[in-house]
Design a protein around this ligand. Structure first.
Ligand code: GLN
Length: 534
């Protein structure tokens, strides 16, 4: 049992999308390799209560935790890099902080005080951070502050974390600032000024970083690091370079080669231990495989932003690495006409989750071609629902649809869940989080899981309509997974097909680089088999 947790606060500067979350997760992975017990918190300074109602085009995928919170995709990086399950409370937003404070004010908890950002909002932030430390008993809590230093909305968080260092003591709170060092091709040199400015901005909040991690396109040299150290008032050993790499999984190794682990242990007075990144290096090596490529086409709606399907992409990579192949993913816009010839070129197809009618007809075409051409097809959530709709249409149920797209569908084979009918609010009201599923023996799913009782994470409002269950089964659809009370269909398959599996849940949230998800593994095996038979 840990009496006192230590905190590593990660802030970002210069520009967004420099991989702050992955950098923080990589630091976490390094500390884990030293045997340090670690957990992570992501602060999102936006006003939304959670990520559930955010458009994937803007913020990428919505990651769902075991306990059913719709969170920022960085929690996915943490779960994959740290190999832990995080709770929804690990994602703190301005929305959550303010609604909690306003609730307390309405109850009269502040005893007549004028409720202000300092101390009430900052106290609430610290309480939320400390609550996670206490609950997890982690030796180190990583706290990543979303956005870029200088944003108005992140100010209360930086102030709260500054206070945290005073209250917890210098040895127990450390600040890591992740910046970008651009290379100006015209001038033929790297520029440190943006890093100097963003560090100055951070220091104006009262926080001096203990370490600066410089993201860059190419490696930077010692001279440049010394310059950054000098101008930003940071020890020159603590100026770390993280240049672009092929695979995000290489980052813990790169950071470790710059001594990040030892520096943190030393700075935070954590008893020195030896790191063991052997297992992680093996994972990185397996992900580097370049021969034996297999191709997977993802027919989706949000294909312009790859981050919208980040967990699926990573799960495919994990499974391919375990099977000794490399996966090449091509994203196909479901709104465009799905070309049968093109589809046939892929070794396997995947239809991911989604909302709304746009792109549905392309997804349904993809289901039809997969059945006709016997191409392995994996449908996740909305993907599974499309498989059921198209199967019904192909078996005499003209006008079969989901009531999400046609409220008056002649054959509503997918319908809104009973308990969802009375719900009006959009945020946090879906069937969310981990639920048990019973898997039928003799099915593809059972062969993959090698287990009858599994738990998977969900995020949906619509479900397979039981009025059509018997008749579609008679037409050949196999229900290979259902809720333990057998009421809710969880997995569908087809017998006369090399690999056709749709699941109502999202297995991609549980895949880890060292533990590929069994269904993804089975899917990639089918793709390999399909390629072999071509
Ligand atoms: N829109 C569908 C539903 O709500 C599918 C959701 C999803 O794919 N996550 O049931």
């Amino acid at each position: 049992m840990v009496l006192l947790s230590k905190y590593i606060v990660v802030t970002g500067g210069v520009v967004s999308s420099i991989g702050k979350g992955i950098t923080a997760a990589s630091i976490g992975r390094i500390l884990r390799s030293y045997g340090v017990d670690i957990t992570a918190i992501k602060i999102d300074p936006y006003l939304n209560w959670d990520s559930g109602t955010l458009n994937p085009y803007q913020h990428g995928e919505v990651f769902v935790t075991e306990d059913g919170m719709e969170t920022d995709l960085d929690l996915g990086h943490y779960e994959r890099f740290l190999d832990v399950n995080l709770s929804g409370e690990c994602n703190i937003t301005t929305g959550k902080v303010y609604s909690s404070v306003i609730n307390k004010e309405r109850k009269g908890n502040y005893l007549g005080a004028c409720v202000q950002i300092i101390p009430h909002i900052t106290d609430e932030i610290k309480a939320m951070v400390r609550k996670m430390a206490k609950k997890t008993q982690a030796e180190v809590v990583m706290v990543e502050v979303g956005g870029t230093v200088g944003d108005i909305e992140s100010q209360p968080f930086l102030e709260a974390l500054r206070q945290l260092r005073n209250e917890e003591g210098h040895d127990n709170v450390m600040f890591v600032h992740v910046t970008y060092v651009p290379y100006l091709r015209a001038a033929g040199e790297f520029k440190t000024k943006p890093t100097q400015h963003s560090t100055k901005e951070l220091r104006s909040t009262g926080i001096t970083p203990d370490m600066i991690i410089c993201r860059s396109e190419l490696p930077i040299d010692t001279h440049l690091k010394d310059k950054i150290a000098h101008f930003c008032d940071v020890d020159n050993k603590a100026v770390i370079n993280a240049p672009d790499v092929h695979s995000i999984y290489e980052i813990p190794l790169i950071l470790n080669s710059e001594n990040v682990g030892d520096l943190i242990l030393d700075r935070m007075k954590i008893e020195a231990r030896k790191p063991d990144l052997y297992e992680w290096s093996r994972i990185v090596d397996s992900l580097k495989l370049d021969e034996a490529r297999i191709s997977v086409g993802i027919i989706g709606k949000y294909v312009e932003l790859e981050d919208a399907y980040i967990s699926i992409r990573e799960s495919l990579k994990h499974a391919a690495a375990e099977l000794g192949v490399k996966v090449e993913i091509e994203y196909i816009r479901a709104e465009d006409t799905i070309n049968k010839g093109k589809i046939d070129n892929f070794d396997a197809l995947l239809i991911p989750g989604g909302f709304g009618e746009r792109g549905i007809s392309g997804k349904l075409d993809a289901v039809k071609y997969s059945i006709e051409k016997q191409i392995p097809l994996f449908g996740i959530c909305l993907g599974m629902q499309c498989m059921v709709v198209e199967f019904a249409r192909m078996h005499g149920f003209e006008g079969a649809n989901s009531t999400e797209f046609d409220e008056n569908a002649k054959h509503p084979v997918i319908d809104i869940m009973l308990e969802q009918k009375k719900i009006k609010n959009m945020g946090g009201t879906m069937r969310l989080g981990s639920y048990p599923c019973k898997v039928e023996e003799g099915s593809i799913a059972h062969e993959a899981y090698k287990e009858t009782n599994v738990n998977e994470r969900h995020r949906h409002r619509y479900e397979f309509n039981n009025d059509y269950r018997k008749i579609l089964e008679e037409k050949g659809l196999i229900i290979s997974g259902a809720s333990p009370d057998n009421f809710l269909v969880e997995i569908v398959e087809l017998p006369d097909h090399p690999w056709f599996l749709g699941c109502q849940f999202h297995p991609e949230f549980k895949s880890r680089p060292n533990k590929a998800h069994p269904i993804f593994k089975s899917f990639i095996s089918a793709a390999i088999e399909n390629k072999r038979n071509k």
